[in-house]
Design a protein around this ligand. Structure first.
Ligand SMILES: Nc1nc2c(ncn2[C@@H]2O[C@H](COP(=O)(O)OP(=O)(O)OP(=O)(O)O)[C@@H](O)[C@H]2O)c(=O)[nH]1
Ligand SMILES: [Mg+2]
Ligand SMILES: [Zn+2]
Length: 297
């Protein structure tokens, strides 16, 4: 349910246990996180409150990014394991929605084959309805876009319905209103909420540690700390185009099977951009990710 400072809170049939990880397991630590929230584990209880994690089951899915290391082999940073869906949460007010960052979230979700719902928050704010226009292209791509207000209650029932009986995570930048939204879905959670402030109107990273919560209607949802950036070499170049849903079909018609849709001749993706079938902003996102140009959001 929660991992911090070498301790792992594990839900068992006998209640919750604070666990350490067995030393032998730790030595396998190589290029991925050994255990993260959402993982299914085997524990040996030490007392009625403490235990030791002795095994971690294979993950069905994971939402992960890659971190560069000095030695070149990136380390996988798994945010949540065994997810059925991610809710990519961005404000329709402040902080303003950053399409480049949303595209990165979507690419990671597509690459990990996790269905994504895009959640636009704070639609009660002045100007929010106009700001919703920035989300519209994603609905055209086939993503579900939910317009919500934690304060007024818009979209909250729909969100609760989507979360029911599943494991999901709410992801997005700090200050987007992730914790507020979960409080609206289930008031008993009473999660801490922070201000959006400063000249650049960013959140203050109020939520510090990702945590899975049991939902009253069944299922689990993770509140997560705001994410500033998603390292771009998360996706191998060859696999990137397939993570942009609108490129999949045209990419098959490129002259070269290994076309990266950059400067290659007879590229059907570039033709689709020229004809207006692929939005230039999304193609620009693609090129930036291909070239690692927007490491920071
Ligand atoms: N007007 C309005 N403000 C909201 C709404 N939801 C959240 N906010 C405000 O947005 C700010 C940030 O909310 P949080 O819920 O802490 O945002 P968060 O995404 O959890 O942020 P981190 O934990 O830092 O990642 C707070 O000042 C909230 O009051 C909403 O529906 N309407
Ligand atoms: Mg929060
Ligand atoms: Zn091409």
């Amino acid at each position: 349910l929660r991992a911090s400072a070498g301790f792992f809170r594990v839900r068992t049939a006998q209640g919750e246990l604070e666990c350490r990880m067995r030393g032998r397991l730790k030595r396998h630590r190589a290029t991925t996180d050994l255990v993260v929230i959402g993982d299914e584990v085997e524990v040996e209880p030490i007392s009625d409150r403490e235990g030791v994690i002795v095994a971690v089951k294979a993950r069905r899915t994971k939402f992960s990014r890659l971190h560069p290391t000095a030695r070149g082999r990136p380390i996988e940073d798994v945010l949540v394991a065994n997810l059925d869906r991610v809710f990519l949460t961005f404000s329709a007010s402040v902080p303003p929605m950053n399409p480049r960052l949303l595209d990165r979230f979507l690419v990671i979700a597509e690459h990990n084959r996790i269905p994504a719902t895009i959640v636009a928050t704070k639609i009660d704010e002045p100007g929010a309805l106009e700001a919703l226009a920035r989300f519209a292209p994603y609905a055209e791509l086939g993503y579900e876009v939910l317009a919500t207000s934690a304060h007024r209650g818009d979209g909250v029932d729909a969100l609760r319905e989507r979360m029911r009986g599943r494991i999901s995570a709410v992801l997005g930048p700090s200050g987007a209103g992730k914790s507020s939204l979960l409080n609206a879905v289930q008031p008993g959670l009473a999660l801490a909420v922070g201000e959006v402030s400063g000249p650049v109107r960013k959140g203050r990273h109020t939520t510090r540690v990702a945590e899975l919560f049991a939902l009253e209607g069944g299922g689990w949802v993770a509140d997560t700390p705001g994410i500033r950036e998603l390292a771009s070499f998360a996706i191998p170049q060859r696999e990137l185009a397939s993570c942009f849903v609108e490129m999949r079909e045209p990419a098959r018609a490129c002259a070269f099977a290994d076309c990266l849709h950059d400067r290659e001749p007879q590229c059907a993706v570039r033709e689709a951009v020229a004809r207006g079938n692929i939005r230039p902003e999304r193609y620009d996102s693609y090129l930036r990710q291909l070239r690692n140009e927007d490491l920071c959001a």
